[in-house]
Design a protein around this ligand. Structure first.
Ligand SMILES: CCCCCCCC/C=C\CC(=O)SCCNC(=O)CCNC(=O)[C@H](O)C(C)(C)COP(=O)(O)OP(=O)(O)OC[C@H]1O[C@@H](n2cnc3c(N)ncnc32)[C@H](O)[C@@H]1OP(=O)(O)O
Length: 355
C-alpha cells in the first residue's frame, strides 16, 4: 500500500509507503521537507543509512540563541526546545512567524529528534497573539505576507512529524492560543495567586474581529462544538483551572515538584531559558515530550494523520481565499477603528501599570 496525503510540512508531500509492512527498526515515513537547502528525505532506512544522511546534514546539531526564537536539541532523549524570544510579549510579527517555521524545520531535519517543546523565553507571557501593529494601517504588500506566514506556522506545527508539547508559562490569547492548540499536548502554569493568573483563549471578538474559520475549527476540535461556539462568540479567556475543565489545556501545574529531569533540562534548555530548569511547567513538558519520543515514530505520525490530515488539506485548499478574506476584513474602516481603540486601551493600561 502506498498513499500520499497533503503535506503536514508546508509545500511538501508526505508519503506513506507500505506502512503496514515496515519493520519497526527501519520504519520511517517518507518525509520530504521541501525547503532547500534543508531538503531531507527520511525513508525506510537502515541505521547505517540514517547515520550517513545525518553526517551530510549540517543542521543536525545546532543551538541558536541570538534571535526571535531560541532552540536547542538533546539527542539522548530525542527532545528539542523551540522558544519564542521576541520581547516584550512574543507578539507574532511576520519575522517571528517565519523564524518559528524555519526553526521547526531545522529541528525536524534531525532524525534523532522526535519531540519538541514549544516555549517562551518570557516566564509570564507565552505569546500575546498577533502583533497588533501589523494590523493597523498595513501595507498592501506586507499584510498578505504576514497572514501567509501565520497560516504556515499553523500548518507546520499542526502537521509536524514531531510530537509537539506547548509549555504555556503565561498568557496565551488569540493567535498565542492557536499556537498551543496546534500542539499535541498543552501544559499551563497555574499562576501566582488570584492576582496573577495567566489566561488562554480566542479573545478576538473583544477586539472587534473574529477568529478565521481554521482557528475557530481548531477550538471546536479541541473542546467540542457548543463550548467552542460560546467561547468564540464571547471571546473567552480561560484562567488555568477553567482551561483545564474545558479541555483547552491538558494539564495545569503550579507546585514545584522535585524532579530527576532537572539535569537533563540544563542540557536541553537554551541559554535564555536556563532560569526555567526548575520550573514545574518545563519539567512536566520535558517528561511528556520524552514520553512521546519513546513511541515508534511511524505509528505516532500515522495516528496524528488520522485526526489532522483532513483539516490540513482543507487549509491548503482554502488558503488563498482565507488570505483575501483576512486582508479585506482587516483593512475595513470599522475594523481599523476598533483595532486602534484596542491598542489605545492597551497603551493606557501599560502606562497605568508603569506609573
Ligand atoms: C476571516 C476573518 C479574518 C479575520 C482575521 C482576524 C485575525 C484573528 C487572529 C488572531 C488575532 C490576534 O491574535 S490579535 C492579538 C490579540 N492579543 C491580545 O489581545 C493581547 C493583548 N495583550 C494583552 O492582553 C497583554 O499584553 C498580555 C495579557 C498578553 C500581557 O499582559 P502584561 O500585563 O504582562 O503585559 P503588557 O500588557 O504590559 O504588555 C507588554 C508590552 O507588550 C505589548 N503588547 C502586548 N500584546 C501585544 C500585541 N498583541 N501586539 C503588540 N504589542 C503587544 C504591550 O503594548 C506592552 O508594550 P509596552 O511595554 O510598550 O507598553
Amino acid at each position: 500500500m502506498s498513499s500520499t496525503v497533503d503535506s503536514p510540512i508546508s509545500s511538501s508531500k508526505i508519503q506513506i509507503h507500505q506502512l503496514d509492512r515496515l519493520a519497526p527498526r527501519s520504519a520511517f515515513l517518507l518525509f520530504y521537507a521541501g525547503h532547500p537547502p534543508h531538503q531531507t528525505m527520511i525513508s525506510s532506512l537502515s541505521a547505517r543509512h540514517i547515520a550517513r544522511i545525518a553526517r551530510q546534514q549540517p543542521l543536525r546539531l545546532f543551538s541558536s540563541q541570538d534571535s526571535l526564537v531560541v532552540t536547542n536539541v538533546h539527542e539522548e532523549s530525542g527532545v528539542a526546545v523551540l522558544a519564542m524570544n521576541r520581547p516584550p510579549a512574543n507578539s507574532l510579527s511576520l519575522e517571528l512567524n517565519e523564524a518559528i517555521s524555519t526553526s521547526l524545520k531545522q529541528i525536524e531535519s534531525n532524525p534523532k529528534i522526535q519531540s519538541v517543546i514549544l516555549a517562551s523565553s518570557n516566564p509570564t507571557i507565552f505569546s500575546a497573539g498577533l502583533d497588533i501593529t501589523e494590523l493597523i494601517s498595513p501595507s498592501d504588500e506586507r499584510l498578505p505576507k504576514f497572514w501567509n506566514s501565520l497560516q504556515q506556522v499553523y500548518i507546520d506545527l499542526y502537521g509536524s512529524r514531531l510530537a509537539t508539547v506547548a509549555a504555556i508559562q503565561g498568557h496565551a490569547p488569540a493567535a498565542g492560543c492557536m499556537l498551543a492548540l496546534a500542539c499535541d499536548y498543552r501544559i499551563m502554569h497555574g499562576g501566582h495567586g488570584e492576582e496573577h493568573l495567566p489566561t488562554i483563549g480566542f479573545n478576538e471578538t473583544q477586539l472587534g474581529i473574529a477568529a478565521p474559520p481554521w482557528m475557530g475549527q481548531l477550538m471546536v476540535r479541541t473542546i467540542g462544538f457548543r463550548p467552542a461556539e460560546r467561547a468564540l462568540a464571547l471571546g473567552t479567556l480561560f484562567p488555568p483551572s477553567e482551561a483545564l475543565n474545558a479541555g483547552v489545556v491538558d494539564d495545569v501545574i503550579t507546585e514545584q515538584s522535585s524532579s530527576e529531569s532537572n539535569e537533563v533540562l540544563k542540557a536541553l534548555l537554551p541559554e535564555a531559558l536556563q532560569s526555567q530548569t526548575s520550573n514545574p511547567v518545563m519539567i512536566k513538558a520535558y517528561e511528556e515530550a520524552a514520553c512521546y519520543a519513546k513511541i515508534p515514530p511511524q505509528a505516532r505520525v500515522a495516528s496524528k494523520l488520522v485526526t489532522r490530515s483532513e483539516s490540513l488539506k482543507e487549509m491548503q485548499m482554502t488558503r488563498e481565499d482565507d488570505t483575501q478574506h483576512f486582508c479585506g476584513f482587516i483593512t475595513h474602516e470599522v475594523v481599523q477603528k476598533n483595532l486602534m481603540k484596542y491598542v489605545e486601551k492597551m497603551k493606557q493600561r501599560g502606562k497605568a501599570k508603569k506609573s
